[in-house]
Design a protein around this ligand. Structure first.
Ligand code: 5RP
Length: 349
């Protein structure tokens, strides 16, 4: 990131500290974003008071037009305001990652248990039956891959050779929009998903991707989901997610996706004026993943947009139903885990 638009002192706190990190090359500090003069007062998140949405079931969505409300009602169940989105768009930068080698074999059997399918247009056209009744969350940004390297170079410290890298400069964040609005209409998308890399080299560009998609999609009543992408150099803290999710909502995202945090997650959901869904992240033991879903829902998430913790499970169809139980049937993590084990024992894959 350049010194002008520079990452502030506070933003530098989001950076993961790695041996490769070169503090000398961190951008010039600017005002501390969390303790600027205006922020000196202690923060109050009102986490126990739900935000009003008079006349509509979904947070922040009551003043939208009919078409957008209708599309969001396909993603989120109007009975409880929650969603189980099945994320399998990983191939757009990871290729055939584990569990997604054959989407027709591993993902289509999960489709009946999802409220919404999060995917790329390539997989939608080539694999997903057009007769599906599920809402579509269509990947609308891309252009980089997991083999794009972080910027690294060799230098010297006190006369000794050392390796340096610039966290936040990972080219993975160098995405563009990857879908026209006409294509989104042809594919009957309910929402468009766009990756936003706050604090990265391409923060500005990825925020522009978001606002461009919001401008295009809102002309036709299609929603936009801002996806918090945590670059390799960024720490997954509540402070970071409060910042990232709020910025996306302020810039027009109708739904925001982020990771769960073990502490203060209720403050992340509380200060984001639109629904938050959580990503699952790396594969966890099933009970832990169910516990995470439960905690997130209890702390104000409107659902999950989960991939690996479902399709990389030993029994993905059982896991999908267990996640559904937590999100829509208020099962506790133990009850959902029992359901998972019972289904698995009966031979449900
Ligand atoms: C790709 C995505 C994924 O859809 C997202 O990370 C959800 O998948 P998982 O639960 O496997 O983390 O947005 O960047």
């Amino acid at each position: 990131m350049d010194g002008k638009s520079g990452m502030g002192k506070d933003a530098s706190r989001f950076l993961r500290r790695t041996p490769l990190c070169n503090p000398i090359n961190l951008p010039t500090p600017m005002a501390d974003i969390s303790t600027s003069a205006a922020d000196k007062k202690e923060k109050e998140y009102f986490s126990s008071i739900p935000q009003d949405a008079p006349g509509f079931f979904l947070k922040g969505s009551h003043q939208y037009d009919w078409g957008l409300k209708n599309r969001l009602s396909k993603v989120f169940n109007p009975k409880d305001g929650r969603t189980v989105m099945l994320a399998f768009d990983h191939g757009y930068f990871q290729g055939p990652t584990s569990g997604l080698e054959r989407v027709d074999q591993t993902i289509l059997p999960l489709e009946p248990y999802a409220d919404c399918l999060m995917l790329t247009r390539g997989i939608q056209r080539s694999v997903v039956p057009a007769s599906t009744q599920k809402a579509i969350a269509l990947r609308a940004s891309g252009g980089t891959s997991m083999v794009s390297l972080m910027e690294e170079w060799e230098g010297e410290i006190d006369g000794k050779k050392a390796k340096f890298s610039r966290p936040g400069f990972e080219p993975l964040s160098n995405e563009s929009t990857a879908l026209s609005i006409e294509e989104a209409i042809r594919l009957n998308a309910s929402v468009l998903a766009v990756q936003v890399f706050i604090g990265s080299a391409y923060e500005r560009q990825t925020l522009k991707n978001l606002t461009d998609l919001v401008d295009g999609a809102s002309r036709y009543g299609i929603g936009v989901m801002g996806v918090t992408a945590v670059g390799r150099a960024m720490a997954r803290t509540p402070q970071y997610f409060r910042l990232a999710t709020r910025i996306m909502a302020e810039l027009g995202a109708n739904v925001v996706k982020c990771y769960y945090t073990d502490t203060e997650f209720e403050t992340v959901t509380s200060c984001c004026p639109v629904p938050i869904v959580i990503a699952g992240g790396k594969k966890l033991p099933e009970l832990e993943a169910l516990q995470m879903c439960y905690n997130a829902i209890q702390q104000g998430a409107s659902g999950v947009d989960m991939g690996r913790n479902i399709f990389q499970s030993d029994a993905p169809i059982s896991m999908m139903q267990a996640v559904r139980g937590v999100v829509h049937e208020s099962l506790t993590p133990d009850e959902a885990f029992q359901l998972y084990n019972d289904l698995k024992a009966k031979g449900t894959r």
